[in-house]
Write a protein that binds this ligand. Structure first.
Ligand code: THU
Length: 148
């Protein structure tokens, strides 16, 4: 099957150069995470439809609930740059197994890109891939507000 006939998630994940770049950017962001309380560093690299990449890392706070996840940091940065259409997000951690985004981050990603490809890597070289649709089925979306 030709590349342009693949379902969107597989077609995008077939571009190894982009994935390699996203992995490097997410790992770089992870190294800059501020996570003195949990010790769990997370980096994210968000690829927009125009090809630009915006990084995020978790930023914790002495008032614990004030901390923010890497994924939402990346979304905020990308939106501030003018991007609202995202292709994929790469998440990097030092965990044993690749970790999916938390529930709040899934919801925030859903707002802009329901067809997002979510890739998670570990510093140990493990990797997992999901579609946002499988991570957040039957989502509450902007369209859900239509019946106000
Ligand atoms: N964290 C993220 O940055 N992304 C996630 O999807 C899961 C959790 C952060 C929040 C907190 O700083 C630390 O990881 C432990 O939960």
């Amino acid at each position: 099957m030709a590349n342009d006939q693949l379902p969107i998630v597989e077609a995008r994940s077939a571009d190894d150069r982009v994935m390699t770049m996203l992995r490097e950017r997410a790992l770089g962001a992870m190294a800059r995470a501020y996570a003195p309380y949990s010790g769990f560093r997370v980096g994210a690299a968000l690829l927009a439809a125009d090809g630009s990449i915006t990084e995020g890392c978790n930023v914790e706070n002495a008032s614990f609930p004030a901390g923010i996840c890497a994924e939402r940091g990346a979304v905020a940065g990308a939106v501030a740059r003018g991007n609202r259409d995202f292709d994929s997000i790469m998440i990097a951690t030092e965990a044993e197994e690749p970790t999916p985004p938390c529930g709040i981050c899934r919801q925030v990603l859903e707002e802009f890109s329901p067809r997002l490809l979510v890739v998670s890597v570990t510093t140990g070289g493990r990797e997992a891939r999901w579609s946002l649709e499988e991570l957040l089925p039957r989502a509450f979306t902007p369209k859900s507000l239509d019946r106000r």
